[in-house]
Design a protein around this ligand. Structure first.
Ligand code: AMP
Length: 115
């Protein structure tokens, strides 16, 4: 069993978070250090450590996560202007929490390429 992370504790409501969306598959909450006017994290309720684990996940789990991300963006009203979805994965990408999470960033023009 992998180590308990801050996101495990958020999901169990042991650490407070600002929820924006929840369904059977995902929980979404505002990032504590927002990098854009809208910055939300989406985590699967069944824990995986990183995006790399999706390669071995069941189709329904992959679908639940990806559809959850898309639905959160829609609920946040980001569809018209657009938004970015980021899965930082592993050390080169500076993943700092070992619990799979999607960043949804929107509400301003985002530069490319990322750093
Ligand atoms: P990453 O660097 O991709 O692993 O992203 C981790 C994200 O989690 C960062 O953007 C942090 O600001 C965010 N974060 C860490 N702790 C919390 C927390 N307690 N509530 C909300 N967001 C958090």
């Amino acid at each position: 069993m992998s180590d308990d992370t801050i996101f495990d504790k958020i999901l169990r409501r042991e650490v407070p978070s600002e929820a924006v969306y929840e369904d059977d598959d995902v929980y979404a909450f505002r990032d504590i250090e927002p990098q854009a006017p809208t910055h939300v994290l989406v985590i699967p309720k069944r824990k995986m450590e990183s995006f790399a684990d999706l390669a071995d996940a069941k189709d329904a789990e992959v679908a639940g996560l990806m559809q959850g991300v898309s639905r959160v963006a829609r609920e946040l009203g980001l569809e018209d202007r657009g938004y970015r979805v980021v899965f930082n994965t592993g050390p080169d990408a500076l993943q700092s929490v070992a619990y799979l999470h999607a960043h949804i960033l929107g509400g301003r023009k985002l530069s490319w390429p990322p750093g």
